[in-house]
Design a protein around this ligand. Structure first.
Ligand code: SF4
Length: 205
C-alpha cells in the first residue's frame, strides 16, 4: 500500500542513465529518476506529461535504488515533476547507503526533505519558492523565457549564499532569441554562468 505520505514508495514516471545536460553537472554521466506529479504549472514546461501523478506506478525505494545502482552510474539526479511533493528522506538514505551521489532538481515550492549532496534550485514565477532554498541550495538555475526574467534572476541570485553557483539558461523554444541576451547578461554580471540544455543538442534524454 502506498500513499503520498509514505516515504517507502514513490511514483516514478521514468528512470534512465544518460548525461546531465544542464547546470553545474553538465557533461556528467548520471542516472535520472523522474518522479511524477507537479502543480507548479510553468507555461513552457517541457515535461507536462509528468504533472498528473495518478498516471504513474509507485515503486519501493529499494527497487528504485537497486535499478540506479545496476546502471553503473555514480551520480543520481532526482527530478520531476516536482520531486519534493514527496518525502525523500528514505530515498536519499538508501542512495547513500548504496554509495551513490544524490543530486536533486527542484522548484523549491515544497519543503526540503532528504540529505542531498547537491541541490539545484530552479524557482518558477508560477509558484513561489520557500525561503529555505536560498541558503540550502548549491546551485540556482533560472530559465530565461522573456526579458523580464533577467531582473527576476538577479533578485533570486542576490538571496543565494555567496559560495553557490548561479546559472542562467535560455528556454529551449526561445533559444535563438534569448541566448544573445543571456550572453550579454552574464558578461555584465560575472557571478553568473550560462547553462545550455546540451542533452537537446546531443539528442539524448
Ligand atoms: Fe514543469 Fe518543472 Fe515547471 Fe513543474 S516545475 S511545471 S515539471 S518545469
Amino acid at each position: 500500500m502506498s500513499s503520498i505520505t509514505d516515504p517507502e514508495y514513490l511514483p516514478v514516471m521514468e528512470s534512465f542513465y544518460t548525461i546531465q545536460g544542464e547546470g553545474f553537472y553538465s557533461g556528467t554521466p548520471a542516472y535520472f529518476i523522474r518522479l511524477g506529479g507537479c502543480d507548479v504549472g510553468c507555461v513552457w514546461c517541457d515535461v507536462k506529461d509528468s504533472w498528473d501523478a495518478s498516471q504513474f506506478e509507485w515503486f519501493s525505494v529499494g527497487q528504485i535504488v537497486k535499478e540506479a545502482k545496476a546502471s553503473g552510474a555514480q551520480v543520481v539526479v532526482v527530478t520531476g515533476g516536482e520531486p519534493l511533493m514527496y518525502n525523500l528522506t528514505k530515498l536519499t538514505e538508501s542512495l547513500k547507503a548504496s554509495g551513490l551521489q544524490a543530486n536533486i532538481e527542484t522548484s523549491g515550492a515544497y519543503p526540503l526533505s532528504g540529505d542531498w549532496d547537491w541541490i539545484c534550485f530552479s524557482p518558477k514565477k508560477f509558484k513561489a519558492p520557500l525561503e529555505e532554498f536560498y541558503s540550502k541550495s548549491h546551485e540556482l538555475k533560472v530559465i530565461a523565457f522573456n526579458k523580464s526574467d533577467f531582473k527576476w534572476a538577479s533578485e533570486h541570485g542576490d538571496k543565494m549564499n555567496q559560495d553557490s553557483q548561479l546559472f542562467l539558461q535560455p528556454e529551449w523554444s526561445k533559444e535563438k532569441e534569448m541566448t544573445p541576451l543571456v550572453v550579454d547578461f552574464v558578461k555584465r554580471n560575472p557571478r553568473w554562468k550560462i547553462s545550455l540544455q546540451t542533452h537537446k543538442y546531443m539528442d539524448i534524454p
